[in-house]
Design a protein around this ligand. Structure first.
Ligand code: C2E
Ligand code: MG
Ligand code: MG
Ligand code: MG
Length: 287
């Protein structure tokens, strides 16, 4: 009941509220209905293995299409959901839906699902994961959970216990957005991550700075020594791919290779994929 009251508190407009908080209040109110109205969906973005040049996994990205607001990006509504206690329901839905689509549409492809630091702090998360696997029939080995370093920043006992329990189910764990925050290297020792995802901001700077190549090569090598694979996010240019390939990065993700699409479209993309051939965009071939 206290939780309900706490939630209700945000649900009014007041003259002193700026545009930003009005939008937040609106989003919060609409987000409460979004699940029931079936406004949420998933988009899938593949991970393409370097050298083998095949799709080895795909990341589920939540999408919200509101009847009048249109597409609201996750960068806007996930923080709202985290603040207003809706992330638990949304997160559970994403897990459930992702496992189900993977099992029914994506053959034997591996998948990854983003889990918010707020979800990670709740003991119910492990049951959500277990239920999503059981109800879909997906084997745990096909699932990977992506967490950001926000989780490691606090490293609360509940969060660490959740991570270990999820890993014990046979699910893999990826550290997302690596290279953007503080003392990232220290987090690598606190948990045996399976995958290190190099953040888009880092990939973007690859070509502009002379040291960037050396840093990426070092990250990839360190990850390898620690038994982790590396996935570079937000690869948009062939020249970035060159550097990542040279550095020995395991896989790449980004609009150069494929934008996020529905599971059916991803399935068609994979079926038509030219395995073993490095994807080259038209402008790169002209260069
Ligand atoms: P993320 O997990 O780091 O996901 C990568 C984001 O980069 C996605 O944005 C993706 O569409 C975008 N992206 C991929 N390739 C490129 C590229 O080449 N160029 C550019 N400019 N962008 C690219 P999206 O889908 O808007 O998601 C943003 C963030 O929202 C995600 O970052 C993740 O932190 C969060 N998010 C998305 N879906 C979920 C979810 O189901 N649950 C939770 N808790 N968070 C989610
Ligand atoms: Mg992610
Ligand atoms: Mg990321
Ligand atoms: Mg990122």
């Amino acid at each position: 009941a206290a939780k309900e009251r706490g939630r209700g508190r945000c649900e009014y407009f007041a003259p002193w509220m700026g545009e930003r908080s009005r939008r937040q209040v609106l989003l919060e109110r609409e987000l409460r209905q979004a699940l029931a109205r079936g406004e949420l969906s998933l988009a899938w973005q593949p991970w393409v293995a370097i050298e083998a040049w095949e799709v080895v996994s795909a990341e589920a990205l939540v999408r919200w299409q509101h009847p009048t607001l249109g597409w609201v990006p996750p960068s806007e509504f996930i923080p709202v959901a985290e603040k207003c206690g809706l992330i638990g329901d949304i997160g559970a839905w994403v897990l459930q839906r992702a496992c189900q689509e993977a099992q029914t549409v994506l053959g034997d492809l591996r998948i990854s699902v983003n889990v918010s630091p707020v979800q990670m702090m709740h003991a119910g998360l492990v049951d959500d994961v277990r239920r999503a696997l059981a109800q879909s029939g997906l084997v745990p080995e096909r699932l990977e959970v992506e967490i950001t370093e926000g989780v490691m920043l606090d490293a609360t006992p509940t969060a660490m216990s959740n991570l270990h329990q999820i890993k014990a189910l046979g699910v893999q764990i990826a550290l997302d957005d690596f290279g953007t925050g503080y003392s990232s290297l220290a987090y690598l020792r606190r948990f045996p991550f399976d995958t290190l995802k190099i953040d888009r901001a880092f990939v973007r700077e690859l070509l502009g700075y002379p040291d960037a190549r050396a840093i990426v090569r070092t990250i990839v090598e360190l990850a390898r020594l620690l038994g982790m694979q590396t996935v570079a996010e937000g690869v948009e240019e062939a020249a970035q791919l060159d550097v990542l390939q040279e550095a020995g990065c395991t896989a790449v993700q980004g609009n150069l290779l494929a934008e996020p699409v529905s599971s059916e479209a991803l399935r068609r993309m994979i079926d038509g994929w030219d395995v073993g051939t490095r994807p080259m965009p038209v402008d790169a071939m002209a260069a």
